[in-house]
Ligand binder design. Sequence first.
Ligand SMILES: Cc1cc2nc3c(=O)[nH]c(=O)nc-3n(C[C@H](O)[C@H](O)[C@H](O)COP(=O)(O)OP(=O)(O)OC[C@H]3O[C@@H](n4cnc5c(N)ncnc54)[C@H](O)[C@@H]3O)c2cc1C
Length: 309
Amino acid sequence: MRDIWIVAENAAWAATLVSAAKSLDQDCAITAFVRGDEAAAKDAVTYGAASAFALPLPAAGLWEDYAPALAEKAKADKPAFILISSSRRGRDLAAKTAALLDAPSFSDAAQLALSGDTFSCGTSVFGGTAVRTASTSAPVVIVTLGAKSYEPAAADASRSGAVATLPYSAGAAKVTERKPREKQSVNLPEATKVVGVGRGFSEEKDLAAARELAAAIGAEVGCSRPIAEFFKWMPEECYVGISGQVLKPQLYVAVGISGQAQHTFGVRDAKVIVSINKDEECLMHQNADYYIVGTWQDAIPAIIKAAKA
Ligand SMILES: Cc1cc2nc3c(=O)[nH]c(=O)nc-3n(C[C@H](O)[C@H](O)[C@H](O)COP(=O)(O)OP(=O)(O)OC[C@H]3O[C@@H](n4cnc5c(N)ncnc54)[C@H](O)[C@@H]3O)c2cc1C
């Protein structure tokens, strides 16, 4: 029976990491480390962790400052795997912990497998256009995993286990100010239908048409990176792709998006992809199940009319 640690940005992610741990070893003993208070850590126990530690966010510190404490504990407890949520903070924490333990670390891994003592997994390369299979027999392996990488484990309130708080020691960087993010009404990763807008929209006011389309088909609105990062027409949390949100909706409608690999990485697991683009040769059409060659100015009103009918 292996000891496997999971380090989760939140309790929901802990449920996914529990499933990932069990896919490696059904009988493993899981120790969970969950960002937040002991109530969040306790949730991880209900998902199947044998014990859990809370990692509260220090007022003037960073979550990744827990790396030395995690590494010290790992040297003593010798877990076989440390599975970490693949948020920005999680990836930092993984890199620091891996450096302190001199352990291999795999980012945004998929298809985790164990054959004897040899671990293997797939990681995306070339902007998501290819998967590289990597393997190692190192005694401790660090892996970061996306929020949708495994079907989350079901909660069972009758499960019990010890819950404590991991001691924190401040790192060199000090947080001097925290500003709340622009309030997001959309939870894109949870949306079943998403309309993605790209640079085919030349003015911010034109996004109203995409929002109207989304409302007509019951979808949320996401975007390509330039719309959020360069034009600032939508919050950064709304852009889809390898450096943005990775989604798994039932339906993704890409409107005026060329379909570069960095974008399509974020929707490659969508069940159905529809592309609307005036360029018949665009990559998005090649990645789509259905496509419309035409402008959004023509296509959107026609789809809304059909949806309403
Ligand atoms: C390291 C790195 C990471 C990146 N990460 C991401 C990422 O996570 N997400 C992401 O999205 N991008 C990412 N990018 C950028 C990516 O490479 C593309 O530049 C970007 O996705 C292009 O956005 P777009 O499709 O909106 O714009 P464009 O490529 O300019 O495409 C616009 C499309 O709109 C079509 N069009 C124009 N007018 C109309 C009209 N009236 N009706 C219909 N169609 C029309 C055009 O034919 C064209 O295909 C990354 C790039 C790098 C280098």
